[in-house]
Design a protein around this ligand. Structure first.
Ligand SMILES: [Zn+2]
Length: 256
C-alpha cells in the first residue's frame, strides 16, 4: 500500500509496517515538477546519477516487502531539493554536480530557496519524523546507490556501510557482511560523515539514540529488477542478523 501526501513530494510505502526498521530513500526519484522546466537540464542528465540514485528505490522496496517495513522516499529529483541535506547546506539545491551544470539552480534567491525547501524538503522531513516518533524502538536505514566511475576514476567498493557518531549497527553489519555477500563491503566508503551525507541519520536517529545505518550500493550491481530484488533480499536478511548483535536483538524485523 502506498500513501502519498497531497502534492506527492513524499511517497510512503507500507505506512503501518510492523518492522522496527524504517527505510528511507532520499534520492529515489528523477522526477522534475513541470513548473521547474527540468531546471534547464538535457534529457540525458535528467536521468543520470546526478539526478537520483538509480536502483536504490527498487532495492529499498524489496527490503520493505521482506521486512514488512515502512519505506519513505522522496518523489522529486535531488537536484530539485536534496532531501539528505539540511536547508542550510550549500548543496541542498546545487548548481553543479560532478560534471553537470544545473542552470535552473544558479543564482536562486533566498525566497526561491525557501519555497523549494517548504515544498519539497519539509513534507519529507515531517513524514520521516512522524513515522519515527510513532515507532517504539525504530531502526533507521537509508538506502542509496553510487556511480561506479566518479570523476573518471573507477570505484572498487561495491557496498558502503556508512555511519556518523553512532556506529553500533554499522559495526554489526560489517562484522556479519561475509555471511551474506561476497561483494566488496567497506566502512564509510565511497562517502562518509565528513562529506555531509549523514543528514538523515543526524536529524532523525542520533538525537534520540535510535540504531541507524546508511547503505550505499554501486549502481551497476542493481541495474534491473532482478538484481534489485536479489540485493534487497540479501540486505534485508543481513540487517536482521546484524541487529541480533546489537542491544536491539529482541526487536522484530519480520523477515518473511
Ligand atoms: Zn544517495
Amino acid at each position: 500500500m502506498t500513501q502519498n501526501t497531497p502534492n506527492s513530494t513524499v511517497h510512503i510505502l507500507n505506512p503501518t509496517g510492523g518492522s522496527a526498521a524504517i527505510l528511507v530513500c532520499e534520492h529515489a526519484s528523477c522526477f522534475f515538477p513541470d513548473k521547474l522546466n527540468h531546471l534547464g537540464l538535457q534529457p540525458a542528465d535528467r536521468t543520470s546519477h546526478a539526478a537520483w540514485d538509480p536502483g536504490a528505490l527498487g532495492v529499498a522496496t524489496q527490503m520493505a516487502k521482506r521486512l514488512d517495513a515502512t519505506l519513505i522516499s522522496s518523489g522529486v529529483s535531488r537536484l530539485v531539493y536534496d532531501c539528505n541535506r539540511p536547508p542550510s547546506a550549500p548543496d541542498a539545491m546545487r548548481s553543479r554536480s560532478e560534471l553537470i551544470e544545473i542552470p535552473g539552480n544558479k543564482n536562486l534567491s533566498r525566497q526561491q530557496k525557501q519555497d523549494r525547501t517548504q515544498r519539497y524538503y519539509e513534507p519529507f522531513r515531517a513524514a520521516v519524523a512522524a513515522r519515527v516518533s510513532a515507532a517504539q524502538s525504530p531502526i533507521i536505514v537509508t538506502v542509496h546507490s553510487f556511480t561506479p566511475i566518479y570523476f573518471g576514476e573507477p570505484r572498487a567498493v561495491e557496498i558502503g556501510v556508512l555511519h556518523d557518531d553512532d556506529s553500533r549497527l554499522a559495526d554489526a553489519m560489517l562484522q556479519t557482511a561475509a555471511d551474506h555477500t561476497s561483494m566488496n563491503v567497506q566502512r564509510n566508503d565511497p562517502y562518509g560523515p565528513d562529506d555531509g551525507v549523514t543528514h538523515t541519520l543526524r536529524e532523525h536517529a542520533l538525537p534520540a539514540g535510535h540504531l541507524n545505518v546508511m547503505l550505499e550500493i554501486r549502481n551497476d550491481l542493481i541495474k534491473n529488477e532482478f538484481q534489485q530484488t536479489a540485493v534487497g533480499d540479501m540486505i534485508a536478511q543481513w540487517l536482521v542478523s546484524a541487529t541480533q548483535l546489537t542491544e536491539a536483538k529482541g526487536l522484530v524485523l519480520c523477515v518473511a
